[in-house]
Design a protein around this ligand. Sequence first.
Ligand SMILES: Nc1ncnc2c1ncn2[C@@H]1O[C@H](COP(=O)(O)OP(=O)(O)OP(=O)(O)O)[C@@H](O)[C@H]1O
Ligand SMILES: [Mg+2]
Length: 403
Amino acid sequence: MKTLLILGAGKEQVAAIAAAKAKGIRTVALDFNPKADGRDLADEFHLVSTRDKAAILNFVDGYKARIDGVMTIASDIPHMVSAAAEKLSVRHIPVAVAELCVHKLLMKEKLRHAGVNVPVFARISTLKDLEAFIAKAGFPIVIKPVDNSGARGVQRLTAGMDIAEAFDYSRGFAYSGEVIAEKFVTGLQISTEGLIHDGIFHCTGFADRNYTRLDDAVPFMVEDGGDIPTILAPAQKKLVELEFEKAARALGIDWGPAKGDMIFGDDGKPYVIEIAARLSGGNFCYDKVPWSTGVDIVDILVDMAVGNEVDPARFVPIRDLATSQRYFFPSPGTIRRIDGLGTAQDMPHIRKVDIWARPGETVATLENHPSRVGYVISCAPTREEAVAAAQAAVAKVAFTVEA
Ligand SMILES: Nc1ncnc2c1ncn2[C@@H]1O[C@H](COP(=O)(O)OP(=O)(O)OP(=O)(O)O)[C@@H](O)[C@H]1O
Ligand SMILES: [Mg+2]
C-alpha cells in the first residue's frame, strides 16, 4: 500500500484525501487546525502547520514508514510541498521553482524576461516609487503584496484615491513588507488549470471569472465565482492556453500542476497575472471541472505524486456541461439567522450549496476572498442555464445581519 502526505486537511484539501483513499492509498494529513474538516477522513492526522517548513521537515524526518508522494490543493505552499518531497526523494518540482511561484515580483520578472505577456509592473519600495509608476503607467493600477494570496491586500487604484493609504494597506499584508504595482489590464478575467505529465502540458480547466462586483468593493478586487464554458471563441481561448503554458514552462514547472490567473485583454492579447504551482481552490479542480468535463486532475495528481502510471486518456474530456458558481456576501455585522438554504439546495441544476459562517459569527467588510461566507454551484447543459440557476439559488438564501 502506498502512502501520500497531504499538506493541509482543511475544506479545500478534503478532495485529495478522498481521492487517495478511494484508490487504496494511505493518507497522512498535516494541519495546524485541530478541527480541520479532513481530520477524520485521513488515515493519519498530525498537528503541524503547513507554513512551518522546519516543522514539516522535522515531521518527515521522524516518520518511520515510507511516504511515496506529497501534494496539496488550493493552499499556496508549493515550496513546502517541494521541500518535503525533496527530503523524501519523491517526485516534485525544484524548491527554487516553487519559491519563485510564491513571490509575485520575482515571478513577474522571470516571465517578462522570458517574453511572456504580463502587465507593466514595478517593485514599489517607497511612496515615491508608486508615484513614479503611476506617472509612467497611468491609472488604473493594481497594487498588491508580493507574497500573500486570496486577494489579501490587492487594490485597484484610480485617479483621486489616497495612494499613500493604499500603499500602507497593501504593505501591511506583505510578509516581507514588499509591494508590487501593475497596470490594471481590462478584459475578460480567466482561471486556467493544467498538469504537466510526461512533458506534455494538459490544460484541463478554463473558466471565466465573474467580476461583476468589482465596483461594489472599491478599491478591493473581489471575484464572485465564475462560469464554464468560456465566452471566448476557440481561437481566443487557444491564445490564452498557449500563453499559460509558456508561462508555466518559463517558470520551470516541468511536472505536476499549474493554476493560471489570466486575462484576455480588450486589446485581443492574452495576459498572465500569475501562475501558481499547485492545484486550484474554490472548487475549480475538484468540482466544477470534473462535473463539466469528466477530467479529474485531483485523482490524476494523486497517482502522479505517488509514482503510479497515468493513462493520458484520463486528460481527455468525456462531456461538455456548464457550471456556474456564485458566493454569498452578506453585509458586515453579526449574523443572526440564515434562511432558505434547503430551498436553494433543492432548486434545479444546483449541485452544491455551502455556507461556513454560522449565526453568531461576524461578517467582515468586503475586502478579500476570506470575507466570503459560502457559495452555490450549479451544473446544467448550457452556460445560460447554469448562471441563471446559480443566481436564483443565491437569491433564495437570506442572511439576517445585525450591523
Ligand atoms: N494587473 C491586473 N490587471 C487586472 N486584474 C488584476 C491584475 N492583478 C490582479 N488582478 C485581478 O485580481 C486578482 C487577485 O490578484 P492576484 O492573483 O495577484 O492576488 P492573489 O492574492 O493571488 O489573489 P487570488 O487568490 O484571487 O489569485 C487576480 O486573480 C486578477 O483577477
Ligand atoms: Mg492569484
